[in-house]
Design a protein around this ligand. Structure first.
Ligand code: GDP
Ligand code: MN
Length: 404
C-alpha cells in the first residue's frame, strides 16, 4: 500500500526521523492558513507547495489546466493561496502518471528548508528495501540526490552505496556510520546522518514496509539532515498488524475496479487487452492468460476468484469485468477441485441471468470434479454461453468469437 507524502512524513516523524515540517490543505484558503501556522511555528517566510498524489516526478510535472509545476516555491505568505489554487483540483501529469495524469485533491504546504547559511544545502538519495535474493534489507544511498536515481544507477553505479542488513540482527551502529562516511559527511552533519539512518531504519521495520524512498534527503545550510520527500510502501500482508496505518489508505488513488474487486475478496488486476478472464487460482490465471496470448488474443485483466468460487463471487467477477469497455469476450476457466464444476456452472448461469442483457460472448471451461455435468448445465441453459473441455479449445473459441 502506498501512502501520501504528508502521511509518510508524519509516520517517519513518529519514529524520530527529522522531516521538512508542513501542513496538508485541501483548499487555497486552508493552504494560506497552513502557511500562517508554519510561520508562527518556525519563523519561516519561505514556503514550498507540493501536490499530494501517489506518483513521483512532481517537481518536473505539470498541472494540465494551469501549467503550474507539481512542486512550487512561494517566497512570501501572500503568494501561497494563489499558487496552491493553481495546483488544487488540477490534473498533474508526471513521468510516472501517464498522459492522463492524476487529480490533485490536497497540497502539502511546507517550510522551504533550502535557506542560505554557512554551507550550501545539499541533496542526497536514500532508500531502504527488501533484497529477496539475500533475504536481507538493504539501505541504498547516494550523493546524487534530488535527481532521477535510475539514471545514476545506469550511468554511475559506483555512486550508489549499498549496505545490507541482516533482519535478525538489525542495523548495527557501524553500518549507519559507514553509510554516512561514504556520503562524505563529517562533524555535525555526520552525526545527524547517523541518527537519520537509524531512525529511518527503525521506521522501516516498525511499519512492516517493503520500500522507503527518501529523495531528496537534505543537508541544510546549518547541517541538519531532513527528509524533504518520502515515498513509503507498506506491505499489504502486514496491514492487519497496523490498523492505524491501514486508515491512511486513499482509495481515490487506486484503480476503481481493483478497489471494488478487493471488497468482494477477488484478486483483480486490470490490463489493456480485450479478453476478460475469470479463473480460480493465481497459477491457473497466469496459464490462462498465456493461452489467450498464444491463440492471438490479449487478456483484459487478471482475476483470481479464489478457491471457494460460488454464484456470488462469479457474479461479482462478471460485474467487474463487464465494466471494462475494452472487453469483447469473457473466458471463465475453473478447475473443480474442492468446488464442483456443476456448482460453478449453476453459479455462472445464475449470475448471467441476474445481470441480464450481457451482449459479450462467454466461453466457459470447467475441468475436474463433475466437469461433464457442468458442461451440460451450460449447454442446456439456453444462454449465449459456450462450454469447452480443454483450455486450448476454450482459447480457440475465444479467438473465433473475436474474429467472427
Ligand atoms: P518529486 O518530484 O515528486 O520527487 O517531489 P520532491 O518532494 O522530491 O520535490 C521535487 C524537488 O523540489 C526536490 O528535488 C527539491 O529540489 C525541490 N524542493 C522540495 N522542497 C523544497 C524546498 O523546501 N525548497 C526548495 N528550494 N526546493 C525544494
Ligand atoms: Mn522526490
Amino acid at each position: 500500500m502506498n501512502i501520501h507524502e504528508y502521511q509518510a512524513k508524519e509516520v517517519l516523524k513518529g519514529y524520530g526521523v527529522k522531516i521538512q515540517e508542513g501542513y496538508v490543505a485541501d483548499s487555497p484558503e486552508a493552504a494560506h492558513e497552513a502557511a500562517v501556522k508554519l510561520n508562527a511555528q518556525t519563523g519561516t517566510s519561505w514556503y514550498v507547495i507540493k501536490a499530494q498524489v501517489h506518483a513521483g516526478g512532481r517537481g518536473k510535472g505539470e498541472v494540465k489546466e494551469t501549467g503550474s509545476r507539481g512542486v512550487v516555491l512561494a517566497k512570501k505568505l501572500d503568494d501561497v493561496k494563489e499558487k496552491a489554487a493553481a495546483i488544487l483540483g488540477g490534473t498533474l501529469v508526471t513521468i510516472q502518471t501517464g498522459a492522463e495524469g492524476k487529480k490533485v485533491n490536497k497540497v502539502l504546504v511546507a517550510e522551504d528548508v533550502y535557506y542560505p547559511g554557512a554551507s550550501e544545502p545539499k541533496e542526497y538519495y536514500m532508500s531502504i528495501l527488501l533484497d529477496r535474493a539475500t533475504g536481507s534489507n538493504v539501505i541504498m544511498a547516494s550523493t546524487e540526490g534530488g535527481m532521477d536515481i535510475e539514471e545514476v544507477a545506469e550511468h554511475h553505479p559506483e555512486k550508489i552505496i549499498k549496505e545490507w542488513i541482516d533482519p535478525k540482527v538489525g542495523l548495527q551502529g557501524f553500518q549507519a556510520r559507514k553509510v554516512a562516511f561514504k556520503l562524505g559527511l563529517s562533524g555535525t552533519a555526520f552525526k545527524e546522518m547517523v541518527k537519520f539512518i537509524t531512525s529511518l531504519y527503525n521506521a522501516y521495520v516498525g511499519t512492516d514496509s517493503s520500500q522507503f524512498e527518501i529523495n531528496p534527503v537534505l543537508k541544510t545550510s546549518d547541517d541538519k539532515i531532513l527528509a524533504v520527500d518520502a515515498k513509503v510502501n507498506i506491505d499489504d500482508n502486514a496491514l492487519f498488524r497496523h490498523p492505524k496505518l491501514a486508515e491512511l489508505r486513499d482509495l481515490a488513488e487506486e484503480d476503481p475496479l481493483e478497489v471494488e474487486a478487493g471488497k468482494s475478496g477477488l484478486n483483480y488486476v486490470k490490463l489493456d487487452g480485450n479478453v476478460g478472464c475469470m479463473v480460480n487460482g493465481a497459477g491457473l490465471a497466469m496459464a490462462t492468460m498465456d493461452m489467450i496470448k498464444l491463440s492471438g488474443g490479449d487478456p483484459a485483466n487478471f482475476l483470481d476468484v479464489g478457491g471457494g468460487a460460488n454464484a456470488t463471487t462469479v457474479e461479482a467477477g462478471f460485474r467487474i469485468i463487464l465494466q471494462d469497455p475494452n472487453v469483447k469476450a469473457i473466458l471463465i476457466n475453473v478447475f473443480g477441485g474442492i468446488v464442483r464444476c456443476d456448482r460453478i456452472a449453476n453459479g455462472v448461469v445464475e449470475a448471467y441471468k441476474s445481470i441480464g442483457d450481457i451482449k459479450i460472448p462467454i466461453i466457459v471451461r470447467l475441468q475436474g470434479t463433475n466437469a461433464e455435468e457442468g458442461a451440460k448445465i451450460i449447454d442446456e441453459s439456453g444462454l449465449k454461453v459456450q462450454s469447452a473441455i480443454t483450455l486450448k479449445e476454450a482459447a480457440e473459441k475465444v479467438q473465433a468469437v473475436l474474429e467472427g
